[in-house]
Structure formats: C-alpha cells, structure tokens
Design a protein around this ligand. Structure first.
Ligand code: F6R
Ligand code: MG
Ligand code: MG
Length: 375
C-alpha cells in the first residue's frame, strides 16, 4: 500500500497574498529532500499556487500519520522563518497554533490524503486551488464521477457503468453521509449544490473502501473562529482503467464555474484553470485559480509533475473565466459578487451596525404586513 499526502499552507506571501517566494520553495525542497534521504518518505514534489505551498508526498505510513504530519509542520515552520526573514506578507498565516500535537489537522494547513494499492500503472492528478474554498471542488468532482456529459466513460466503459459513491461532509454539523450515483444523484445534488455547507470529501467505487478521489475539507474560518485567510483547497484524483480518464478529470474545469473566495475571501468569482507559469494571482487578488499537477506513481516514486492545464486546449476556458470575472466585477460591493453577510471572511458590519443601531426604528406595522403579504 502507498499513501499520497498533499498538505498545503500559506506561510507568507510575495508580494502581498499573490505568490510564494522562491527562497521558501527552495527551503521546502531542501527539507523534504532531507526527510526522503532519511527514508521517512518515499518521494515528494513541492507544488504551489498563488501564495500557497503544497507538499505532495508519497510514503508507507498510512493516512493521518503523526510522522508525516510532523514533517509537514516542520517544513512549514522553516518556510515561515524564511518569510519572516524577508518580511514577506502574512508570514506563518496558516499556522494557527504554536505546538504540534500528533496531527496537523485543525492547526491550519489543508490536508488531502489517500492510501491505496498501487495499480500496474497509477496516473494521479493533484489539483491545487488558490483564493477559494473546499466547496469549489463540488461541481467539478460531480462532473468527473457522475456526469456523462463530461465523462463518457460512465456510459461506454463497462468498468464505470456502475457509477460511484460520494461521501459528503456537513461542515456545520461535522457529519458525513454517503450517496450512490447515478441512483441517488438528485439527493446528492440537493446537498452539494450548497458548497459552503456540504463538501465532497471522498469518492469511492461502489463496495470499495479505497478512495479514488479525496479533497481537503478544512475551513480556516470555522477552525479559527475569525478570518485568517481563505482555506485554499487541494483535490487528489486517481485516473484511468475504470476511473475518469485524465482528460475527463481535466474536462471538468473546461467550463469555469463561480466559487467563493477571491478578494478578502468575500467575493464570488470564476475558478480559472491555469498552467504553472500562471499560478500567481493578481487581478483583485485573483481571480480564483486551479493548477493541475499530473504524476505517474512508480513504486512509490512520483514521476512528474506534468503541467496538465498548461495547454492551449484550456485557453478558451481561461478566456471565459476572464469574461465572467469582468461581469462579476461590475457588481462592485453588491451581492452576488460580494458574498452574503454570513459567508464573508471580512466584515465591518458589526461596527457599522453598532454605530448606527439607534437610527433603526420599528417600521410601521402596516408597512411590514404589506411587504410580507403573499402575492
Ligand atoms: C483572500 C486574500 C486576500 C486578502 C486581501 C487583504 O484570500 O488572501 O484577498 O484578504 O489582500 O489582506 P489583508 O487583510 O491581509 O490586508
Ligand atoms: Mg496569504
Ligand atoms: Mg492562498
């Protein structure tokens, strides 16, 4: 069995919240090279998108391994020191606690991990998102594993024809539930259509407990109880031979959808698929974006990465995303570009409300009744 762990954090931005400084990338690489030399992990790749570093690691210690989580914690401590030394922005932003206690979960970084038996050939794609949140994966993961208009394999590959099981997490109640598709697609969609509350956590083949896709489902704002940066998510998808083809997994991002995040974690904007050379955010601190690291796993070694969105085939998607961005930006501080009050990461509303509270008088009962009357 092999475990693929992707642990990502924002430990400082260059410039502002836009990118990761090369010295931080170098430090993360040196740290993981040392851990690999000691035999703690099989292999690694240090990925990045926007201001986030992603530690992509293979190892034999299973999910939730204290050793592997501790390694990630130590690497992020080291990159934080580099960020502090350069006075980069928000150094250590996602490290919410001072001490490591057995797991990195709940300490700030995002975690997606899966343990599986390596197949004769094991293609995987690691998607990294910036300026958005875990619910951003709901729509594309549904497209990959349950929508035959995206994934013809669901119809024409006998190995996929039985459908897939989705495990969703209720972020508010901290409860999980499983749904089979296609038979329970409409039930599933009733939940995952609200991606700020219900997020897809894992996808399985029916009757099998080995995940074929896995997401990070932390919400920093819920963990920290206050704004500490958007919890930019990661997604792992295994591909081919009875799973979505690489091109079917990528196709799920070809028609950009609107996600929560962007400026101040408080806006709705398109998720733009980009190549490695376009991974840094700029316009209005965005737009939200996703990069795709492709690997073949060979006896635990990560053969890759290959830049899966660095293809003119996605130019049209990028163009569409930019047009959507333009349209949303015209709304300025109005919903639905600006998120509803309860979903904003920043809000001056309590202060504004406190300042003007005594201006609000009871409205005329008649006016209220009139407004509330059914049509
Ligand atoms: C969104 C994000 C940025 C910041 C914005 C303000 O996820 O990271 O849009 O929210 O640049 O940042 P502060 O409050 O640090 O000045
Ligand atoms: Mg940041
Ligand atoms: Mg980020």
């Amino acid at each position: 069995m092999i475990t693929l762990s992707v642990i990502k954090a924002d430990t400082g931005g260059f410039v502002g919240h836009s990118a990761v400084h090369p010295d931080m990338m170098r430090t993360a690489d040196e740290q993981l090279r040392e851990r690999k030399a000691k035999g703690f992990i099989e292999d690694y790749c240090v990925g990045r998108v926007g201001d986030d570093i992603a530690l992509i690691m293979t190892h034999r210690h299973g999910v939730d391994s204290e050793l592997v989580h501790r390694i990630a914690w130590e690497v992020f401590q080291a990159t934080t020191q580099v960020a502090k030394g350069l006075k980069l922005y928000g150094a250590g932003q996602d490290l919410l606690k001072d001490a490591f206690a057995g797991t990195i979960k709940g300490l700030g970084p995002g975690v997606a991990e899966m343990e599986f038996e390596e197949r004769p050939s094991e293609p995987v794609i690691v998607f990294l998102g910036d300026k958005t949140s875990p619910g951003a994966w709901n729509l594309p993961v549904y497209r990959m594993f349950a929508d035959p208009f995206n994934t013809p394999g669901l119809v024409i590959d006998p190995k996929m024809h039985g459908g897939f099981d989705f495990e969703i997490l209720d972020l508010r109640e901290n409860k999980v539930a499983r749904f089979h598709t296609p038979s329970e697609s409409y039930d599933l969609l009733s939940f995952i259509g609200s991606p700020n509350r219900y997020v897809i956590r894992n996808v399985y083949r029916p009757g099998d407990d080995e995940p074929v896709a896995s997401t990070s489902t932390q919400r920093l704002s819920l963990i920290a109880g206050r704004y500490v940066g958007k919890d930019d998510p990661v997604l792992i998808v295994r591909c081919q031979s009875g799973l979505p083809a690489v091109g079917e997994a990528l196709e799920a991002f070809a028609q950009p959808h609107l996600v929560e995040g962007w400026m101040r974690g408080s806006h709705c904007g398109p998720l733009m698929p980009v190549g490695f050379d376009q991974a840094d955010t700029s316009r209005f601190d965005g737009p939200p974006r996703v990069v795709a690291y492709g690997f073949q796993i060979n006896d635990g070694q990560l053969v890759g990465p290959r830049d899966m969105f660095g293809d003119p085939g996605f130019d049209k998607a990028r163009q569409t995303a930019l047009e959507m961005a333009e349209m949303m930006r015209r709304m300025g501080p109005f919903e639905p570009h600006r998120l509803p009050l309860e979903e904003m990461e920043y809000t001056a509303m309590p202060e504004v409300m406190a300042k003007v509270a005594d201006r609000f008088k009871s409205a005329e009962p008649a006016a209220v009744q009139q407004a509330a009357a059914p049509r």
